[in-house]
Write a protein that binds this ligand. Structure first.
Ligand SMILES: [Zn+2]
Length: 240
């Protein structure tokens, strides 16, 4: 179990964001014995639940209930815990209390890896806000990697998961994760997000495209599905 004792924290603006963009990497992380936690800053109840709002008599409370169930189910499929902060979406506002909550969560969990949104997303008002908040909370919980006036945890690796339209979000992949083995779990997790079924095919195809590139990069013929990530900080290794 190569990941035994290692902790992954995935933080998305909306409850389903992690499913499309890193359910595979999360499943692979837990398959190798690591612990994963998914945090949804909001349920995406206003901006990403359009299918649910087509039902007559729909209420915000009911949309949130459904979104919670779907995300918790999807997280369980890939072996992760699910935490909902329910901060509201469109707009997602991360005020001082929520920032403190986020910092405390990172400090308590002390993750080895944090994954969140790309810095900007011209198609979505909440994704960039989530990325900025997560990066700020990470720094507030780790200091600058040196002794500080407050309790700090070891700096985690920080990755950005792939946005919907990569080139518009300044996303440059630096890291591919081979999710071939766990791709059926990603499909099941995507199927659990019934309010956004229109994204399933798109992200299944994206995984094939990234796998094609991963095969070319490595020469490995076995990679059938992959997810792309952008590393924010340089990687420090013992030897080339
Ligand atoms: Zn979203």
């Amino acid at each position: 179990m190569i990941n035994k004792g290692r902790k992954l924290l995935v933080i998305g603006a909306h409850s389903a964001d992690f499913v499309w963009r890193c359910a595979g990497a999360t499943a692979e992380f837990t398959r190798r014995g690591g612990n994963a936690t998914v945090v949804a800053l909001s349920y995406g109840e206003r901006g990403e639940s359009g299918e649910l709002w087509k039902q007559a008599g729909q209420t915000e409370a009911n949309v949130k209930r459904i979104r919670h169930e779907e995300a918790a189910t999807a997280a369980a499929i890939v072996g992760a815990d699910f935490i909902a902060m329910d901060l509201g979406d469109y707009p997602l506002e991360i005020g001082p209390a929520a920032m403190t909550q986020l910092v405390e969560l990172i400090r308590k969990m002390a993750p080895d890896v944090i994954v969140t949104h790309a810095d900007r997303d011209p198609f979505n008002p909440d994704h960039g806000a989530a990325s900025a908040a997560v990066q700020r909370a990470r720094m507030l919980s780790t200091g600058s990697g040196v002794a500080s006036a407050f309790d700090i945890v070891k700096p985690s690796d920080l990755f950005l998961f792939e946005p919907h339209q990569t080139e518009m979000c300044g996303f440059v992949p630096t890291t591919y994760v081979d999710i071939s083995e766990v791709f059926p779990l990603k499909m099941r997790a995507m199927e659990a997000m019934k309010a956004q079924q229109y994204l399933r095919q798109h992200y299944a195809e994206r995984a094939e495209h990234r796998a094609n590139q991963a095969r070319r990069i490595t020469g490995s013929k076995d990679i059938r599905h992959a997810e792309a990530f952008q590393r924010v900080y340089p990687q420090v290794i013992d030897s080339l």
